[in-house]
Design a protein around this ligand. Structure first.
Ligand code: SF4
Length: 413
């Protein structure tokens, strides 16, 4: 368990920008907590449907939500959505610079522009000047798949990290001409090595805060793996101020994954459940996968930071998960409940998940020390007896590892 004394990396020093939501402003860069973003999949003109999704995303861990602003109806929708959103809203703009101006008029808290799509210098300067006057930041969102054709040609008809960084710098220069610097930048690609290298080069070239992502990562689990590989590698180098998973899935999954990645890396404080479970092996006394899934479902949405362990056997489980706030291990058709490694109850196997929920609530109400005062008298002794008898039956090598080693040695002569 991360006790906070180990950190993945010193974070890169960046400037700071603020998405000025009136009650829930989000600061990006300059040492602010790394924020999680996601994007709605509804038509932005559908105000109620979009707001429902915005709330669901915020509930799942999104600090910032992006909505497309692709036509006049979408811009009109934003004018209704922004004042009712619990989190800052970013308008995603492609091709038509007038949509960016309309989104600003709708009151959005940030714009995202793709330099590959809005190319006229006058249009870019106009948007930047308007954003400057309204105090609204812009993300320069370079995308490997829609790189400016001129840069693509100049870099040997290839999407290279250098070309992506140059695209961001060209856009930045237009912004600077009108004295606008409230900027964050992304250089996303669907290739993980390409995006990692592009962000590394960008981090060297600028001190603007960076928005990380692997674009078009695809459906889970492969999409999750790709996005995590790219973003985690950079975060471990201290690069990245805000992140988005781009999954072909319900965007709630994106928000959840973003939050989980940051919590797993110790970059955001855990808000809810962290379920750990052993991978199961020859010693397992129960279907660990089923119990872990049932526990995850029963405790999902638990509103305190709690680490819960589901372990397949009482022989090694309680020791291996001794740092968990709460855990359960199976043995002899019973579950041994433990709090910070101390056995507090022994329950029938079919009550394991209910018992976990009960003890999680006791911890929620009374804390760890309070929960330990409710330990069943005799539970520790019962658990020790179960463990001893299992060890007696199975021996210390239930996985037959030593027998296999012997066979391997014999076969190798
Ligand atoms: S020894 Fe026990 S706790 Fe460890 S993996 Fe096997 S069943 Fe799970």
């Amino acid at each position: 368990m991360n006790d906070g004394s180990v950190t993945v990396a010193e974070r890169r020093a960046t400037r700071q920008i603020t998405l000025a939501h009136p009650t829930n402003p989000v600061v990006v860069g300059g040492g602010a907590p790394i924020s999680v973003q996601s994007m709605t999949t509804t038509k932005t003109a559908d105000v109620e449907g979009t707001l429902q999704q915005v709330y669901a995303l915020a509930g799942a861990g999104a600090d910032i939500v992006r909505c497309t602003c692709n036509d006049a109806d979408a811009a009109a929708g934003l004018a209704h959505i922004v004042p009712r959103s619990p989190v800052p809203i970013v308008a995603d703009v492609h091709n038509n610079h007038r949509m960016a101006l309309a989104a600003l008029e709708a009151g959005v808290h940030c714009l995202r522009l793709n330099p590959g799509n809005i190319k006229k210098a006058d249009h870019i300067r106009l948007i930047a000047a308007e954003a400057r006057d309204r105090g609204v930041p812009i993300r320069i969102g370079v995308n490997g798949g829609s790189l400016d054709e001129r840069l693509y040609q100049r870099h040997g008809r290839r999407v290279t990290p250098e070309a992506m960084v140059e695209s961001a710098q060209v856009e930045l220069a237009y912004f600077e001409e009108v004295g606008f610097d409230q900027v964050k930048i992304s250089v996303k690609a669907s290739s993980v090595p390409l995006m990692i290298e592009a962000y590394r080069q960008l981090a060297e070239a600028t001190d603007h805060p960076l928005h990380l992502g692997v674009t078009e990562a695809g459906p889970p689990p492969a999409g999750l793996v790709k996005a995590t590989a790219g973003m985690a590698a950079l975060l471990a180098e201290g690069i990245g101020d805000t992140i988005r998973y781009s999954l072909t899935a319900d965007p709630v999954e994106e928000a959840r994954a973003g939050r989980q990645l940051l919590e797993a890396m110790g970059l955001r404080e855990r808000k809810g459940l962290d379920l750990i479970a052993c991978p199961s092996c020859g010693r397992a006394e129960v279907d660990v996968i089923k119990v872990a899934n049932d526990a995850q479902a029963a405790l999902d949405g638990f509103q305190i930071p709690i680490q819960v362990a589901v372990m397949g056997c009482v022989v090694n489980g309680p020791g291996e998960a001794r740092d968990a706030d709460l855990g359960i291990a199976a043995g002899r058709k019973r579950g041994h409940l433990f709090v910070k490694g101390d056995v507090v109850a022994v329950v029938p196997e079919d009550e394991m998940v209910d018992a976990l929920v009960h003890w999680a609530n006791v911890i929620k109400e009374e804390g760890i020390a309070g929960a330990l005062t409710h330990a069943d008298a005799g539970a520790a002794a019962e658990a020790a007896a179960d463990r001893a008898s299992l060890l007696d039956e199975q021996g210390a090598d239930a996985n037959a590892s030593e027998q296999r080693v012997e066979l391997i040695r014999k076969n190798l002569g």
